[in-house]
Design a protein around this ligand. Structure first.
Ligand SMILES: NC(=O)C1=CN([C@@H]2O[C@H](COP(=O)(O)OP(=O)(O)OC[C@H]3O[C@@H](n4cnc5c(N)ncnc54)[C@H](OP(=O)(O)O)[C@@H]3O)[C@@H](O)[C@H]2O)C=CC1
Ligand SMILES: Nc1nc(=O)c2c([nH]1)NC[C@@H]1CN(c3ccc(C(=O)N[C@@H](CCC(=O)O)C(=O)O)cc3)C=[N+]21
Length: 292
């Protein structure tokens, strides 16, 4: 039996509607939330993301300030810009598109962002708060997007075995922290597997909720999934499509196989991606509500 398809676009639309109402309330009080998106270099994939963020801002009435620095920008160019944006009263949120070019030390850039404007939730202060369960402010966009997808699909992680493939600072690690969190958290039993794990399938086959965030096209095959499990595919990979000669977008999960085994599954595109943007917008509005 084929799995239920979790519609990330529809759930993102629900989140965006709530965000729009919050924006309207702020505007009625004379406050317009503002988001700065910083892009260093001209990577085409990054440009697509940055433009879709600006477009969503426009749709929701959020002021957006897109700043593009040349690919050979220096560390001090970037830090000067961050400093300006930190002090700009119109700007509530700052996002620096990842990954930056090699001469830029991403860790230092993130550390320079005012934590109250850190809508990605990448700053060590916000990451630390997340880990100790003090999420009174921002939640990281993609991991929180995953939790909202589960919640709105009626899948409660409490007491279930959640297996996360990948341990990056922006997806796997914060997601594992949020899934295991007790108070106001998902209260799941969490296993994290990664490139240092021999026999990954041994763990994934026991997962009630399986989340793939590795950046390897169609890595998760049908035989790695427990029948009836919820499968959340975070991966965004562009691979050549021999039929059209162009690139196509695939996730970290072999959808064709997985859909036959899983109980519920997110597609790529139209799964986690739209949620990431929706939570980012919500965080920008939260930043405005808190700052002003
Ligand atoms: N939909 C969305 O909104 C978003 C999608 N993405 C996508 O999600 C994917 C993951 O992103 P991100 O976390 O940033 O990626 P990173 O490359 O930063 O991290 C990948 C993680 O997967 C692990 N890994 C890589 N290959 C394997 C393997 N063969 N077996 C087991 N583990 C492996 C790595 O292990 P190790 O730690 O040892 O290197 C690492 O922990 C990408 O496709 C990215 O494009 C990312 C952000 C948002
Ligand atoms: N500072 C920073 N913050 C990020 O949040 C961040 C980042 N850097 N660097 C790159 C990753 C990736 N990411 C995505 C956002 C939306 C979609 C998305 O909307 N995807 C659509 C498809 C879009 C397409 O067709 O390319 C979908 O899945 O339906 C995907 C990926 C955010 N990231």
């Amino acid at each position: 039996m084929a799995a239920k398809i979790i519609d990330g676009k529809a759930i993102a639309r629900m989140v965006n509607e709530e965000t729009l109402a919050r924006v309207e309330k702020l505007k009625a009080a004379g406050k317009t939330p503002g988001l700065a998106v910083v892009l260093i270099g001209d990577d085409p994939a990054s440009q697509v993301y940055v433009n879709s963020k600006a477009k969503k801002c426009a749709e929701l009435g959020i002021y957006s300030d897109k700043r593009v620095l040349p690919a050979d920008a220096s560390m001090s160019d970037v830090l000067d810009l961050i400093d300006k944006l930190n002090r700009d009263p119109k700007i509530d949120g700052i996002l620096v598109q990842s990954p930056p070019p090699p001469q830029i030390d991403e860790e230092k850039v993130i550390a320079a962002i005012d934590p109250d404007k850190d809508v990605d939730c990448f700053h060590e202060r916000n990451v630390g708060k997340l880990l100790i369960g003090k999420t009174d402010g921002f939640r990281p966009c993609t991991p929180y997007g995953v939790l909202v997808l589960l919640e709105k699909s009626g899948i409660d992680p409490a007491g279930r075995h959640a297996v996360v493939i990948g341990r990056s600072n922006i997806v796997g690690k914060p997601l594992a922290a949020m899934l295991m969190q007790k108070a106001k958290g998902a209260n799941a039993t969490v296993t994290v597997v990664h490139s240092g794990t021999p026999d990954i399938a041994k763990y994934t086959r026991d997962a009630d909720i399986l989340i793939a965030a590795i950046g390897k096209p169609e890595f998760v095959t049908g035989d790695m999934i427990k029948p009836g499990a919820a499968v959340i595919d975070v991966g965004i990979n562009r691979i050549p499509n021999p039929e059209t000669g162009k690139n196509k977008l695939v996730g970290d999960v072999n959808f064709q196989e997985a859909v036959e085994v899983a109980g519920a599954i997110t597609p790529v595109p139209g799964g986690v991606g739209p949620m990431t943007i929706a939570i980012l917008m919500s965080n920008a509005v939260t930043a405005c509500e808190r700052r002003r």
